[in-house]
Design a protein around this ligand. Sequence first.
Ligand SMILES: *[C@@H]1O[C@H](CO)[C@@H](O)[C@H](O)[C@H]1NC(C)=O
Ligand SMILES: *[C@@H]1O[C@H](CO)[C@@H](O)[C@H](O)[C@H]1NC(C)=O
Ligand SMILES: *[C@@H]1O[C@H](CO)[C@@H](O)[C@H](O)[C@H]1NC(C)=O
Ligand SMILES: *[C@@H]1O[C@H](CO)[C@@H](O)[C@H](O)[C@H]1NC(C)=O
Ligand SMILES: *[C@@H]1O[C@H](CO)[C@@H](O)[C@H](O)[C@H]1NC(C)=O
Length: 553
Amino acid sequence: MGCLNNLLFLSLISCFVVVQSGDPYLFYTWNVNYATLSPLGVPQKVIVINNQFPGPKINSTTNNNIVINVFNNLDEPLLFTWNGVQQRRNSWQEGTLGTNCPIPPGANFTYQFQVKDQIGTYYYYPTTSLHRAAGGYGLLAVNSRALIPVPFDHPEDDYTVLVGDWYTKSHVTLKKLLDTGRSLGRPNGVIINGKRGKMDGTDEPMFSMIPGKTYRYRICNVGVKNSLNVRIQGHTMKLVELEGSHTVQNVYDSLDVHLGQCYSVLVTADQTPKDYYFVASTRFTKSDLVSTATIRYVGGAGPAEATLPPAPVGWVWSFSQFRSLRWNLTASAARPNPQGSYHYGKINITRTIKLVSSKGKVGGKLRYAVNGVSHIDPETPLKLAEYYGVPEKAFKYGIMKDEPEGGDVKSNINIAPNVINGTFRDFVEIIFENHDKSMETWHLSGYAFFAVAVEPGRWTPEKRKNYNLVDAVSRNTIQVYPNSWAAIMTTIDNAGMWNLRTMQLERQYLGQQLYISTRPPGRTSLRDEYDLPLNAPLCGVVKDLPKPPPYTL
Ligand SMILES: *[C@@H]1O[C@H](CO)[C@@H](O)[C@H](O)[C@H]1NC(C)=O
Ligand SMILES: *[C@@H]1O[C@H](CO)[C@@H](O)[C@H](O)[C@H]1NC(C)=O
Ligand SMILES: *[C@@H]1O[C@H](CO)[C@@H](O)[C@H](O)[C@H]1NC(C)=O
Ligand SMILES: *[C@@H]1O[C@H](CO)[C@@H](O)[C@H](O)[C@H]1NC(C)=O
Ligand SMILES: *[C@@H]1O[C@H](CO)[C@@H](O)[C@H](O)[C@H]1NC(C)=O
């Protein structure tokens, strides 16, 4: 069987999975370092993986087991998260400060997880400190298995397009700003796969297309603060997939990609053979930051036009684009939660959580909160404190209520670890209300959810009649525009400790996030949740505690 011989460092439970599923393994070794790079022309400290920025692409197939031995050569503790990988029964691999002790400088840790029943476009990034502002991110693609039909012809090639705003200050300086109560301010530019285009016809082409062929571009907004609009000179984009769902294949001139979101589009090389710019620019900003990447037709001649296609203006366009995103209900694809997939609109809601965000000063320092609670990570990860039976040494359950108390969230901000209980198999509706003047995007780990509505104004129960209860896209992020709300629905059926966070790094770092602890009733069994991996580092109060008896079947 070779399992124990070859994979000594994996837990027995992992071997159990191996034996059960026989699904292939992908092994990676990552050396994580600082390098001096100049994404915006200014030399700065960037986080590279195996000397690459962005980091290496993980190109997987549904049900692959992914094993990544991460060597932390930074001078700070480090964790990676796999944004959008659902980690069924396995929040041990989630890589947030609420689930894992960080990998100490000079040490290594081997992540092992399965992209179980998933397809689609995701990305990974460091969750510690403000590391994401320094890079360390990369694409994580999950392809359909060979026998599963994909609702479009196999593209000629599959391109990674990681776009994001970028600061020239180091993550250390940015962190210092936030730690001393200030704000990050505006980013300095936009980069595409780690580079800013010079837009003068001298850039090396980043992508090439053979005339007549069709290409898949996997586009994720991996930035820190801003929504981006992406478009290609002279070409339209056919949307085929977003965050794990095959969509109705609408054709767009441009797409708003909000922070943390990933879209797959098909682009056909059907124009005069020459160069064209792929354009990414910030949305809803006073002066837009823009970057380009050159697409070159093979055998073509001539530089890209200097004039860039304009970005859409205003909010209404973006709201209506959200409404145009629909799930293709007839396309086949792996789905983690098939029982709830097709008729989610008919399931009775068992819990409504309304999250109103706020910001304010606490002790003179800027903090962000949800329903009055601003999260901090205790030294002992929440999940470990719970597993070792000592949650009270790290946090209290349920200090945040399911809706803002007294309707007023502004008056008081309570800084504390923010953990709510999720009742196993509840069908939950979560409303996000943004009373602020800037964009928010929310990401839920551990699940995909139905993004049923995004609307201006305030939410009331009557607004439920506006929900898309038929073909909302099952995904893992949702944008909330200023003075607007958004609603999502999901079945809380994945045991573990799951992070619900704003993707705006500043807001998240300053407390706008929480954890949902979901445990099935009774004694936890291996059917519900994997056991703590043997290689997991320990820290905080659990470091010297006797290990609890392992979960059994
Ligand atoms: C990624 O995996 C798919 C499916 O196995 C394969 O067709 C494709 O060539 C791979 N792409 C890259 C860039 O490795
Ligand atoms: C660290 O890497 C070594 C291989 O170099 C491996 O044997 C060991 O299991 C890794 N440690 C952890 C905690 O994953
Ligand atoms: C949905 O997927 C099916 C199956 O691949 C395909 O035939 C159909 O054209 C798609 N529908 C839309 C509206 O994109
Ligand atoms: C949902 O709620 C309605 C009204 O309360 C009730 O009649 C129905 O039986 C419920 N359906 C399920 C599946 O529980
Ligand atoms: C949350 O769940 C834990 C563990 O089951 C329980 O001890 C606690 O009382 C619950 N707290 C709330 C506020 O529901």
